[in-house]
Design a protein. Sequence first.
Lengths: 238, 208
Amino acid sequence: MTAVLHLDNVTRVHGEGATEVHALRGVSFRARAGELVAVMGPSGSGKSTLLTIAGGLDEPTSGTVSVEGSILGSLGNAGRARMRRTSIGYVFQDFNLIPALTAAENVALPRELDGERTKAARQLALAALEEVGIVDLADRFPDEMSGGQQQRVAIARAIVGERRLILADEPTGALDTDTGEEILRLLRSRCDAGAAGVLVTHEARHAAWADRVVFIRDGLIVDESGADSAEELLEVTP
Amino acid sequence: MSIRQALLALLEPGPMYGYQLRAEFEQRTGATWPLNVGQVYTTLSRLERDGLVEHVAGSGDDDADRAAQVMYRITPSGRGEVSAWFTTPVPRTQPPRDELAIKLAIAVTLPGVDIAALIQQQRTATMTALQDYTRLKRSGRASRPDRPEDLAWSLVLDSLVFDAEAEIRWLDHCESRLRRAAVEGQLHTPARPPRADLNTTDEEEVHS
């Protein structure tokens, strides 16, 4: 398996001198194609910082981040923005949809910003909405949809155009248990289909959908659970 | 133990052989609480002694065949016991012994135990189990429960998931409380060097 995302010895320091905060203190991390990795930690542990740096929304103080072989730090702002439109999909807790655009328009936006023609972008958007199971809501506006449906739109926007790195920051935080589980099922199946996924969460039940769970404390990765399973011990074939 | 009531209840719809009962039990519970055939027959003979089931003789050619082919049928007083089981809550007055809670309760009072490491190791182990249960839930017969037995199994898996999740939440909670206690100086600071026999590792680390 090839790693889609590489973080090598990444540090991030906010502020200077007496108010200096070390959000990340030398983190190395991989997410491979076909793999969903969960990052767990209490608030202030650095887990969200890790994700924003992986997504090119923030820059490390030292260390390197590469996505599909490109080192984000060497790309410049325009190059990083392009990576975010073409390679990196980001899913937020509060969906971050544009209220004045329909579901299909929200999903098509990254493609259109990347220069795709409106009609072709809409076709890709509809395919992505189909994949997340809500193509029938394509022409609705965000405020005409439930939280779970809006998050599905956000996931469609994150995967449109075959992006291979999906970063999700507490994507189930604003949803009820069942709806949250559906969202995890979607992320999981996208990773099973070949994407690399990183899921930041403080919910153990959600982290358990991942292939690996990485525990972060005070800006350092302290442990990791990757499961070779004991399921043979449990499942009885009917 | 609930195995007795569970087997009795499974006989309600109609008589069954011992091996059949075991299979029906495991259809609903996976191998979460494995039952061996011996246990099933011991339980059945106790139920028979107490007048809750009766056996229906088999039609085999020799004795061994007949023994294996004994069918069990629930009696009217057996039905009474089943209905009492379903209408009485499971008592919570005596919490089941929780090794982890006991271990942590002892560990926080002793010098020389690396509690942070203890908590992290347990969390990783419990998370691995939680990942396994989740994988079972999303694949196999629990993911698309067509039959009531499959739904039962997926609910048993949910119970394991919720238990593991509760344990991880409790470990997170212990960790943050212990950190706070350490900052506020309430945690035991060893006055003497940690005793090697209290350490699970060879390193002698002092954690305050």
